[in-house]
Design a protein around this ligand. Structure first.
Ligand SMILES: *Cc1c(COP(=O)(O)O)cnc(C)c1O
Length: 831
């Protein structure tokens, strides 16, 4: 056990102040100020990133009971250590390095085998499958999900405890120098190099440099496992001084430890023949429960480890049969009675539970927070202690209702102090008494070990919801947010446009995420959109771009800040502001868009009105909007607009006598006019994954994917036509036509009909046939023989980019995104 007094020596830091009272041993390492669990025994590390500075949260954390802090700038402790009389402070050179040093020290206390896993793809799946394959023999500590970064690795390793017999940790890097630091934390004794792809090439000058850097994880391992067919990996592995290599190969039958030949492949499984040279030549047939190449490769790494450990072939087969797909993400699904279900039915260990509860706690409040939880497995703790800890987690994360399922959790029901708790011995018992009406407006985390089959519970919650959905990838959204953020100067604020239902993505879910990630401002088009956000607990400042004259009372009531673009609107506002205090306003200046706003010649008169009414109106900002920010050909015009803006705003400021926030740029402008970010920028379409200037599309991740299902497939004889107006042209061969459960009432544009549009089914494109109908449309799947009713059809998404589809029907991605009708359910997910 580590104590706070050990930290200065371990981190080469300086003790600025000892805690006033003796404190508990260090138990929790905290990096994110929003995730305080039990403050006792928690050490907060004030990390800094491009847009983030942990020192800013010290006061808040202190008020919440945290007493131990590691900082790297004494000057940034608000009020100095004297303002924190009870707390202990250590100042270090670099808080991240200190965190890693502490995790490395923790790791040193365990003399158990530890796998380090790296490579370009498959790290998480290889880790999870290896853990599944070894779980009958070992008590395993592994990284939760894909915690493989400079901060994720130390947090993962910190979870090691004396009951573990094996560690499995993954390491991911994007630049030189990073792996050495991760290796010092993981201290692997065994290694797996999954493969080498092109991911993250940006941080390296060559492929050789990349593989060399990754290989540094294995400099001290006893044995390194890899696939001999990746030549670059093999070459680099030979440079390592010490380690023994244990390789498998499909191409090399001699120069490898395990030779693999595919004997038989069908749609859902692959039979392989493996020859092992060690300790005596043996040959086995093994059946792997998949057919795709990536899964095969990921599983074969695990098979190689089992063969190396000399697990008998029959036992390997038994374990392969039980291999479960890895759910890489936590899905948020719309369910009965306005409930949402967070689906995490894949595993249930303590670390995974904590992560899932974090996600639950971050969801917007729409009613109670409910947890359906199975027995927690493989904790290595005595069960009374385990469920005491689980109960503490529930309290910390604000769970108001618990449904425990399984003999063990039921046996310990007395340990749960949650407001409302019910228990069932089995999933069947729960389902037998399940009544959808017992759940209303709740956010329900369904978290169960695989063997409990909780997917049946999720299905029960979703039974009445139909097939078409818009999947929204919240991680991609955050990625895009950070991409734009990284392009801003330190003090520049970020306003995010969530108008039009957040460009179709679901307004308050997106707004809630933006609030969590500390956007500075939100903007909507109409007052009602703002009211809706407030009613869902959004407290960020909100600008309303087009407030109607009748909406000003509402603005006051919900503290929404109007954009004022004309003298009429200003009078509407003042009419109320002279009687009641009103939220601040945003002045829209028209510099060339000629849509809304005060023209340059209006500014003197505007200044007079503002001066005369200074007692009633406060101006928060002035903005303008560029007419051609995304196109090179309009650069001169854009620069003229910006120049006009810079002539107008000083006049307003001098009339007001105070500084106001100035902003001009939308997503395309942020990238194209870095010199004109001013005090704030307005991010819109870029957040949703479309790079409007078309220059850096690859840097963004697509956020939403519209999907539906095949309702029916028909075979049409030569000469038959499809749909209304007999438009689906006849052919001279048999055609298979799939009817999809989406039409123009869902927002699928009629212009896609008759071969203009394509959808994606089983990884292949299928062209539209005939007209798009109100609730359905038809596609030709003659060339996709496996297509069947119930299959998913992707309308747009990563493989069918919005920009391409928009071009096909002569519109812009904005229209496709915002057209998706509100009757299409939104499903949100994050890793
Ligand atoms: C919608 C909007 C934006 C965002 O534009 P994008 O092109 O989506 O980034 C910015 N400013 C104003 C005034 C807007 O109406």
């Amino acid at each position: 056990m580590l104590s706070f007094a050990d930290l200065p020596a371990l981190t080469r830091g300086i003790l600025l102040q000892s805690p006033a009272a003796p404190v508990a041993p260090v138990q929790h390492l905290l990096l994110d100020s929003r995730r305080v669990g039990q403050p006792a025994g928690t050490v907060f590390f004030a990390l800094r990133g491009a847009q983030h500075n942990g020192h800013r949260y010290l006061t808040d954390l202190y008020q919440r009971g945290v007493r131990l802090f590691v900082v790297d700038r004494e000057a940034e402790i608000p009020g100095g250590v004297a303002a924190f009389p009870q707390a202990g402070f250590v100042r270090v050179e670099d808080s991240l390095l200190a965190l890693q040093a502490i995790a490395a020290q923790h790791r040193r206390q365990f003399r158990i085998p530890v796998f380090g896993i790296t490579g370009s793809n498959g790290k998480t799946i290889v880790k999870e499958w290896l853990a599944q394959l070894l779980s009958p023999d070992e008590l395993i500590c592994k990284s939760p999900r894909s915690y493989n970064s400079q901060v994720g690795v130390p947090l993962s390793v910190w979870e090691l405890n004396p009951t573990h017999t094996l560690g499995i940790f993954e390491a991911g890097i994007s630049e030189r120098g990073e792996m050495e630091r991760l290796a010092r934390v993981i201290q692997p004794t065994l290694g797996i190099f999954t493969n080498l792809g092109t991911a993250h090439d940006a941080g390296f000058t060559s492929a050789a440099e990349k593989v060399g850097e990754k290989m540094r994880l294995f400099e001290k391992v006893d044995t390194l496992f890899y696939c001999r067919d990746h030549e670059a990996v093999h070459t680099a592995a030979q440079q390592l001084t010490d380690p023994r290599r244990f390789t498998w190969s499909r191409n090399h039958h001699y120069d490898t430890n395990v030779a693999v030949t595919v004997a038989e492949a069908s749609a859902d499984r692959t039979v392989v023949r493996v020859s092992v040279a060690h300790p005596v030549l043996q040959e086995h047939m093994l059946t792997l429960p998949f057919a795709d190449e990536p899964s095969l490769e990921n599983a074969l790494h695990g098979v190689a480890v089992l063969l190396w450990r000399q697990v008998p072939a029959a036992e390997i087969q038994r374990r392969l049969d039980r291999l479960q797909p890895v759910a890489m993400r936590l899905e948020m699904k719309q369910a009965v009675n306005d409930c949402y279900v967070l689906d995490d039915t894949y595993n249930n260990d303590l670390a995974g539970l904590t992560l899932a509860l974090d996600v639950l706690a971050r969801q917007p409040r729409r009613g109670r927070r409910t947890l359906i939880l199975s027995d927690v497995l493989e904790s290595g703790l005595p069960s009374a202690e385990l469920y005491t800890r689980v109960n503490a987690q529930l309290t910390v994360h604000g769970v108001e209702r618990l449904i425990g399922i399984g003999p063990e959790i039921s046996q310990h029901q007395a340990l749960f102090g949650a407001a409302e708790a019910t228990f069932f011995d089995s999933t069947e018992a729960f389902l037998a008494s399940f009544r959808p009406d017992d759940f209303r407006h709740e956010t329900i985390l369904v978290k169960g070990a695989r063997r409990y089959g909780f997917e049946r519970i999720v299905a029960a919650f979703q039974q009445k919801i139909h097939g078409t959905m818009l999947e929204v990838d919240l991680d991609a959204l955050v990625h895009n947010l950070n991409f734009y953020r990284a392009r801003l100067q330190a003090g520049t604020k970020l306003m995010v446009m969530v108008k039009a239902f957040a460009y179709g993505s679901g307004s308050y879910e997106v707004a809630n995420l933006l609030q969590f990630h500390r956007a500075d401002y939100l903007a909507v088009a109409y007052a009602d959109e703002g009211v809706d956000l407030r009613q869902h607990g959004i407290s960020l400042p909100i600008m309303v771009m087009n407030p109607s004259p009748g909406s000003f009372q509402k603005l006051r009531q919900y503290h929404l800040e109007p954009e004022i673009y004309s003298f009429e609107r200003l009078q509407d506002y003042l009419g109320i502001a002279r009687e009641y205090p009103m939220p601040a306003i945003h002045l829209k200046l028209d510099t060339g868009m000629r849509r809304l706003g005060f023209a340059e010649e209006d500014v003197p008169a505007l200044c007079n009105v503002l001066r005369e009414n200074a007692a009633y109106v406060r101006v928060a900002s002035a903005l303008t909007h560029l007419a051609g920010a995304d196109e090179e050909q309009h650069n001169d015009f854009s620069l003229q607009q910006l120049a006009a803006f810079q002539r107008m705003t000083p006049q307003v400021e001098s009339a007001l006598g105070y500084r106001i926030v100035k902003h001009a740029l939308n997503s395309a402008g942020i990238l194209r006019f870095p010199e004109a970010h001013f005090d704030m920028v307005r991010l819109g379409i870029g957040l949703y994954g479309v790079e409007a200037s078309g220059q850096q599309q690859n840097a963004l991740r697509p956020v939403s994917s519209l999907q539906t299902t095949i309702s029916q497939i028909k075979t049409l004889a030569p000469g038959q036509t499809v749909g209304y107006g007999r438009r689906g042209t006849a052919a001279d061969y048999d055609r298979r036509i799939a009817t999809l459960a989406i039409g123009y009432a869902d927002g699928y544009d009629r212009r896609f009909g008759n071969g203009v549009g394509e959808v994606m089914i089983r990884g292949q494109r299928a062209p539209l046939v005939g007209n798009v109908c109100m609730d359905m449309c038809m596609v030709d799947v003659t060339h996709i023989p496996l297509a069947q009713a119930g299959d998913t059809a992707i309308i747009f998404g990563a493989a069918l980019p919005l920009t391409e589809l928009a071009r096909r029907i002569g519109t812009i991605p904005y229209e496709l995104l915002t057209n998706v009708s509100e009757r299409v359910k939104r499903v949100f997910f994050a890793e």
